[in-house]
Design a protein around this ligand. Structure first.
Ligand SMILES: [Zn+2]
Length: 284
């Protein structure tokens, strides 16, 4: 966890934690310690003391990827405790009634379903962002190894480069799933910086992913605007990108009478390459 409580119940972020001060788990109230100060694999975080367990049995990512995403959101939205019928869990981000879960490491379909159920029953919408990169749940790439161009790709153009475990999600209403991957070709700078792109999916099955094909790639900023994080400059939200794509498709067709055009999803058939499961990076 990146947020603990002090003895007065105030929220304390890990970066503000002072060694030797007592901090407590916001879910179960037990004491926690500062952990992973020197680790490169995981971000510094609070953890329960050795041998002590928490009433919250869920596993939470403690990766830098996870933390970087969380840090885009206002502090008051990060790691909020959601309670339903006396059961408490920590939401990575809770903003405008939407819980956003950032998932860097593998998670089973059962765990995903359990979290969806809990948050939906608590009255929240749920958004998942998966780290679809090499160090995350597995990366997506062109079969030829080239950069992914979502506007041109067709079925079977994309595949999982590396896949640790079977990955599928059942998406009930009020749940959205994005897969984040990195590309270098979109930025025409000499440095060729890596850029994060988000795929808004319609269906995620073990061998098949269906996602929305849009006129523009969904960048981090589009995502942040969609879900209410403060950003500067004129940026389209995900919804606006989708509406623009629909309007574009509509304008390309001769208009005869009343025509309704639906945004066509792109289907990706994945090839699963099984590799030995490397050491996990789960948190607590
Ligand atoms: Zn606890």
């Amino acid at each position: 966890m990146f947020v603990a409580a002090d003895k007065d119940g105030n929220r304390v972020f890990i970066e503000d934690a002072v060694k030797g001060t007592e901090y407590f788990c916001p879910v179960c109230g037990r004491g926690v310690i500062i952990k992973a100060k020197e680790s490169l694999a995981v971000a510094q975080h609070f953890a329960h003391k050795k041998g002590e367990c928490c009433s919250d049995k869920w596993h939470y990512d403690m990766s830098e990827w996870h933390r970087n995403w969380q840090n885009w959101f206002p502090k008051e939205c990060r790691e909020r405790v959601v309670e339903n019928n006396g059961v408490k869990h920590r939401a990575d981000v809770l903003i405008n009634g939407t819980v956003i879960v950032f998932q860097h490491s593998h998670i089973s379909p059962q765990e995903i379903a359990e979290r969806n159920k809990f948050y939906i029953e608590s009255g929240c919408k749920v958004v998942w962002v998966f780290d679809a990169n090499k160090s995350g749940i597995g990366s997506i790439k062109n079969k030829s190894g080239g950069t992914i161009d979502l506007l041109c790709c067709g079925e079977e153009d994309l595949c999982w480069e590396r896949k640790k475990k079977e990955f599928s999600i059942k998406m009930p209403e009020n749940v959205k799933v994005y897969l984040e991957y990195k590309t270098t070709d979109l930025i025409e700078t000499q440095e060729r910086e890596e850029d994060g792109i988000l795929l808004l999916t319609r269906k995620v099955e073990p061998k098949q992913i269906t996602f929305y094909k849009t006129d523009e790639h969904i960048h981090c900023l589009n995502f942040l605007k969609e879900y209410g994080a403060p950003i500067n400059g004129e940026v389209l939200s995900v919804t606006e990108i989708i509406q623009k794509t629909i309007a574009h498709q509509f304008n390309q067709r001769p208009q005869v009478g009343q025509v309704t055009i639906q945004l066509k999803p792109v289907r990706i058939v994945t090839k699963i390459v099984r590799r030995p499961y490397s050491r996990g990076r789960r948190g607590l």
